[in-house]
Design a protein around this ligand. Structure first.
Ligand code: S3P
Length: 444
């Protein structure tokens, strides 16, 4: 049987060292899809070969795209993707399996809506529970024909002619925005999107790098599709920056474990993704940013964090959107902060891989944490002495890694069961933490 549980021992020594984290998951999904419909061969370096993104790579291969893969390291692949234009995909012989990847499925739905053949998008039991109306409705408004059972995967997408339309998003979701933009590439006329908050903008940046800049008008973004004005989609040439959502785990670990000091090199610092840095700084964390540079239209930096005493903070509004994936690990930091930390306006956490409010509260309580669940967030009183416990990941990669970091600050060993899902986004999480001196290992 493969090792699937993580045993973590209390961290008695400071975490020290310099590391990198694997490539950004959001960017890795998008560059494979967009490169496949570019006109020419794209070169992608430091691509993330994790569970979620491999499902997207396999889907694009099943659509007939030719990809040369250089697996030069287990956590960073280089890809050469032969794009043959918007209409080059072939009908796949089976449903496309997106596994646990909400981003993969929702973005592919946008891309598939404008094809001339039927396709079925499916995924794991976990993905089949996640809401898909948020993309089915706007895509249907554009003319897409999508059948589902009660707004959940599998999605049966039939060929149809799309038209550009205007959409006012109800939630600040980059997945919904990107699904509409990808479908918009196949629609004559303009596609206009109004977003209520700063959802991550990697799709817009990539389209711009490919020669299709979006226009902005008040809070609307406007896509004029590829066929218009003789414009073509140029291939991509990019190095994927490290994923700030993966850097979050060693970052919080070092902020919490006394006398730690670590540096994480080449971390993506797109401002639609840096909410956690602001939340931690507001708590007194000592984080410095060096060597800011632009790679492939995205900002990358080196981050250094020193341990310092943390105090409580309240989070709401735009910061929530800009750090939406980081609340499980932020909650762990909050257990070590003096006072009551709280997050509001974060009801989206309930429709992530799992209901991250209920599940997080349930697991942290097993370690002795005083956490109060609210409809749109939670509150944690700290600092608290964490107790080692036997915990469940609920097959949620970010929960598994967050609980593991909590285990480092506990007074006795912690076992995180079913933690192999960490590989959905951070294949070498354990190895990376061990490089810093963390005492953790896979057990059966
Ligand atoms: C993502 C967008 C976010 C985020 C997810 C990745 C993306 O989801 O939580 O992990 O790559 O577009 P929403 O768009 O649903 O907020």
């Amino acid at each position: 049987m493969a090792s699937n549980s993580l045993l973590v021992r209390p961290q008695k020594t400071p975490l020290r060292g310099t590391i990198t984290v694997p490539g950004d998951k959001s960017i890795s999904h998008r560059c494979v899809m967009l490169a496949a419909i570019a006109e020419g061969t794209s070169t992608i370096r430091n691509w993330l070969p994790a569970g979620d993104t491999l499902a997207t790579l396999e889907a694009v291969l099943a659509l007939g795209t030719h990809i040369e893969i250089d697996q030069h390291s287990p956590q960073a692949w280089d890809l050469k993707i032969e794009g043959r234009g918007l209409h080059s995909f072939q009908q796949p012989s089976a449903p496309l399996d997106c596994r646990n990847a909400g981003t993969g499925l929702r973005l592919l739905a946008g891309l598939m809506a404008g094809q001339s053949f039927p396709v079925v998008l499916d995924g794991s039991a976990q993905l089949r529970k996640r809401p898909m109306r948020r993309i089915i409705d706007p895509l249907t408004q554009m003319g897409a024909r999508i059948r589902s059972s009660d707004g959940r995967a599998p999605l049966h997408i039939e060929p149809s002619r799309l038209v550009g339309t205007s959409h006012r998003l109800q939630v600040a979701s980059a997945q919904v925005k990107s699904a509409i933009l990808l479908a918009g590439l196949y629609a004559p006329g303009e596609t206009r999107i109004h977003q209520p908050g700063p959802a991550r903008d990697h799709t817009e940046r990539m389209l711009s790098a490919m020669g299709l800049p979006l226009e902005e008008e008040n809070s609307w973004i406007i896509l004029k599709p590829a066929g218009l004005e003789g414009r073509q989609m140029r291939p991509l040439n990019l190095t994927v920056p490290g994923d700030i959502s993966s850097a979050a785990f060693p970052l919080v670990a070092a902020a919490m474990i006394p006398h730690s000091q670590i540096t994480i090199c080449n971390v993506g610092a797109n401002e639609t993704r840096t909410g956690l840095l602001e939340m931690l700084r507001a708590m007194g964390a000592n984080i410095t940013v060096q060597d800011e540079r632009i790679t492939g239209g995205e900002t990358a930096v080196d981050l250094t964090v020193h341990f310092d005493e943390l105090h409580a903070t309240d989070v709401a509004g735009e910061t929530v959107v800009r750090g939406i994936d980081e609340f499980p690990i932020w909650a762990v930091a909050a257990t070590q902060a003096a006072g009551e930390s709280s997050v509001r306006e974060a009801a989206e956490l309930r429709v992530k891989e799992v209901d991250r409010i209920t599940v997080l509260a349930g697991e942290l309580k097993k370690m002795g944490v005083s956490i109060q669940e609210r409809p749109d967030g939670f509150a944690i009183s700290g600092p608290i002495r964490l107790h080692g416990a036997s915990l469940a990941s609920h097959d949620d990669h970010r929960l598994a890694m967050s609980l593991t970091v909590a285990g480092l600050a506990a007074d006795s060993p912690t076992l995180v069961e079913d933690a192999a899902c960490a590989r959905d986004s951070f294949p070498d999480f354990v190895q990376t933490m061990r490089t810093l001196g963390a005492d953790m290992e896979w057990v059966e």
